[in-house]
Design a protein. Structure first.
Length: 248
């Protein structure tokens, strides 16, 4: 299996891994990596860096949307092996250390096993190493508000609900919103396509997840890069409002 790397715009790439996406921002020889996929996606992750002309050593920082196993999978590997800083919203830092865990439980998955796609998805999670914890030993909060001094100049946007410290990333100059799991365009457990919230069992606080759609709707952009599903083109505000309408 080869990394599925899609060039979205100059210096912006969406990579489809094993049911989860990550994003690579390039600027000269330096890279910003946003999310890292499942633990078993590491080979694909390294391949994707090479595909855009980079390497693990070229990654200036790993930004994490939220500390679920399918997004955090290789963050500690990059930090420990290549001394790559791992940055998150301050509320997500202890989650990345696994001081606590805000993730769907085995019981909730079993209770929803009758739903189409849930059991095949759960089997994939096990194969991909998603049931083992891979905490980051020394995650750090963003150093200051506003654009980060990293390739792509991403702007963190707190979008809690899926987890307390979930964060989207806005690229105002490119009209791109990287939404993580706050707004997706598909998922293995959903029969829907297009902008949507993940099924309710995945959210730590669904009411806050719904409220975060209004935060995303206020961002200026016409390209949505989600944590799950394909790129969505069209006003991000319309996508967020559509997801809210479909959530009821």
């Amino acid at each position: 299996m080869r990394a599925d790397v899609r060039r979205v715009a100059e210096g912006i790439h969406l990579v489809h891994g094993g049911h989860t996406n990550w994003i690579i921002l390039t600027e000269g020889d330096a890279l910003t990596l946003i999310d890292t996929g499942y633990p078993a996606d590491r080979g694909l992750l390294l391949d994707s860096l090479a595909a855009v002309g980079g390497s693990p050593e070229a990654v200036a920082a790993v930004l994490i949307t939220h500390a679920h196993n399918d997004h955090l999978g290789s963050a500690e590997y990059l930090r420990a092996t290549h001394r790559t800083p791992v940055l998150l919203h301050e509320a997500e830092v202890p989650h990345a250390r696994r001081d606590f865990l805000q993730q769907v439980s085995v019981g909730a998955v079993l209770r929803n096993g009758w739903r189409p796609g849930v059991l095949p998805w759960a089997a994939h999670v096990v194969r991909a190493g998603g049931t083992a914890q891979h905490p980051v030993a020394a995650p750090a909060a963003f150093p200051s508000p506003g654009p980060l001094d990293l390739p792509g100049r991403p702007v963190p946007v707190h979008t809690p609900g899926h987890t307390d410290g979930h964060c989207a990333y806005h690229l105002p100059h490119a009209g791109v919103v990287i939404s993580g799991d706050a707004l997706v365009s598909g998922h293995a457990t959903s029969r829907r396509t297009g902008p949507q919230l993940l099924p309710a069992m995945f959210h730590h606080d669904r009411a806050r997840a719904l409220a975060s759609l209004d935060v995303l709707a206020a961002l200026d952009g016409d390209v949505l890069l989600p944590g799950h599903g394909p790129v969505h083109r069209g006003p991000v505000g319309d996508a967020a409002r559509r997801a809210r309408d479909r959530a009821f």
